[in-house]
Each structure stands twice: as C-alpha cells, then as structure tokens.
Design a protein around this ligand. Structure first.
Ligand SMILES: NC(=O)c1ccc[n+]([C@@H]2O[C@H](COP(=O)([O-])OP(=O)(O)OC[C@H]3O[C@@H](n4cnc5c(N)ncnc54)[C@H](OP(=O)(O)O)[C@@H]3O)[C@@H](O)[C@H]2O)c1
Length: 241
C-alpha cells in the first residue's frame, strides 16, 4: 500500500491532503509547526514524499533531508526542476477554499522526471502530460500570463466600473461569454477593435487611459498583436480602390 507524507501546511498541501483523503489513500502530513521528531518517524513510514512547500525552499529541503532516501519524492512547482525529484505540476489554482472531488479529478498534471503520474503519485486517476526540464520556464511563463494576468485586468475593470457607478455584477455575462468562446474556439474568440483593426477606436481607447498605468498595458497588447495599428501607414481595409 502507498503511504503518502505531505510536507507543508500551505494552500497546495491542504488541497492535496483533502483530495487524497477523498480517494481513501493513506496520508499524513508534517510542517514546521510540528515536533521535528515526528518528521523522522513519519518520513520512515512513508513510501511517497509530497513536498508541498514554497519554491524557494524546495532544493535546500530536498538536499538536507530527502536526498539519497529510497522513497519517491515529488514536488509541485511549475517553474523549477530539481535533480532527484519528480515534478508534478497541477494546472490549477489553489486558494483557501477547498474544491469538490469532481474538480480535483479534472485537474491536469504536467510531469517532469517521471514517465507517468502513476510513477509519481500512483493513486491519482488524473490526466497528465510529460514536459522536459528545459521547457519548464516557458511553460510556467505561459501559465502565469494566461492564468494570472486576466485577473489583473478584471480587477481593474471592477474597480473602475464601481467609480463609474456600474455594478461589478454587470460584466458577468460578458466575461463568462468571453471565457466560454475562448475555450470553445480560441481562433475566432477575439472581437472588438483589435480584431476589427479599427485604428480610430484604438486611438481613442489609448487617449482615454491617459495618466493611467494601464495605458502601457493596452499599448503593449496592440504592439504585440497588431503593431501596424500604431503607425500612420494606411491599412489594407483603409486603402481606397
Ligand atoms: N497555490 C497554487 O495555486 C499552486 C498551484 C500549483 C503549484 N503550486 C506549488 O505548490 C507549492 C506550494 O505552494 P503553496 O501555494 O501551497 O504555498 P503557500 O501556501 O505559501 O505554503 C508554503 C508552505 O511551505 C512551507 N515552507 C516554506 N519554507 C519552508 C522551509 N524552509 N521548510 C519547511 N517548510 C517551508 C510553509 O511553511 P510555514 O507556514 O511554516 O512558513 C508553508 O506550509 C509550490 O511549489 C508552488 O509552486 C501552488
């Protein structure tokens, strides 16, 4: 029988313990608030060590306490690779609120240093992909951009809408449709002045954000996606016949 020891008591550690208990696994945990002697006995009993601690502490902790042990050691960082440890990055966001079992089952794992998720955490039925250690930095940058950056834009919208007297509930259906369309068909989901190559509206939007740091963000998107819209050269759709 597999015996899991989760190290850490942060956000991921709590979700992981919850999920493994849902699946009826043998699981225990240790964190720095517990007696260090307990660490040795729990370590001794475990077959799989799940190192759910901060990225900055992973390498030191592994080298000091886990290197050379006849145990499977797994960490969960999407950005780091540490020789000797398997990385099983859950493509998910974990906050203080625990999820339903079905949600945990749907999480996709991205693995480095193992041939399958079953090698790392044998009781997990989740889907997984394999990724080489050299590709991790790019992979993680993409996760951060796509998973975190839209939240910054939504927060800005809610904040400014409130000042304009528009409720934060108002854009719900708009944002839900944007996400749904992006997931259903990313190629055709983009609408608005960038998709229409509407230079006049884009110019007005940029002017409306004068003295706002988000003007730089707007400009960066246009520069990246359609830099020709910031020049004075006539566009294909503006040329007279
Ligand atoms: N949260 C997410 O959405 C998410 C998603 C995917 C992957 N991950 C990965 O999951 C791992 C944990 O992230 P998290 O979000 O759970 O972080 P977190 O909530 O900040 O928790 C960090 C945990 O690490 C412990 N820790 C830090 N330094 C330590 C050390 N030197 N020795 C022992 N324990 C130490 C902390 O213990 P103390 O409380 O004693 O300081 C705390 O229990 C990271 O590798 C992260 O990249 C997180």
């Amino acid at each position: 029988m597999n015996k899991y020891l989760i190290i850490g008591a942060g956000k991921l550690a709590k979700h992981l313990e919850h999920y493994l208990k849902f699946l009826d696994c043998s699981v225990t945990s240790w964190d720095r608030s517990q007696d260090p002697h307990l660490f040795n006995s729990k370590l001794h009993d475990a077959t799989h060590i799940l190192l759910a601690i901060s990225d900055s502490a992973l390498k030191n902790f592994y080298c000091k306490y886990l290197d050379g042990l006849e145990k499977t050691v797994v960490h969960f960082s999407g950005a780091l690779h540490v020789d000797g440890m398997i990385a099983a990055h859950p493509l998910m966001t974990f906050g203080p609120q625990l999820y339903e079992l079905e949600m945990y089952r749907r999480i996709h794992f991205v693995l480095t240093g193992a041939a399958s998720l079953q090698t790392a955490i044998p009781d997990l039925p989740n889907s997984f992909s394999l990724l080489s250690s050299e590709k991790k930095s790019l992979y993680h940058a993409l996760c951060v951009m796509a998973g975190n950056f839209p939240i910054i834009l939504w927060q800005k919208m809610f904040f400014e809408f409130e000042k304009l007297g528009i409720s934060t509930e108002a854009p719900r259906v708009y944002l839900e449709a944007a996400l749904k369309n992006s997931l259903q068909n990313p190629q055709t989901a983009l609408t608005g002045p960038l998709a229409r190559k509407d230079r006049t509206t884009i110019q007005k939007n940029i002017e409306a954000l004068e003295n706002d740091p988000f003007q730089e963000i707007y400009l960066a998107f246009v520069k990246t996606i359609a830099p020709e819209l910031l020049t004075t050269e006539p566009l294909e759709n503006e040329r007279s016949l």
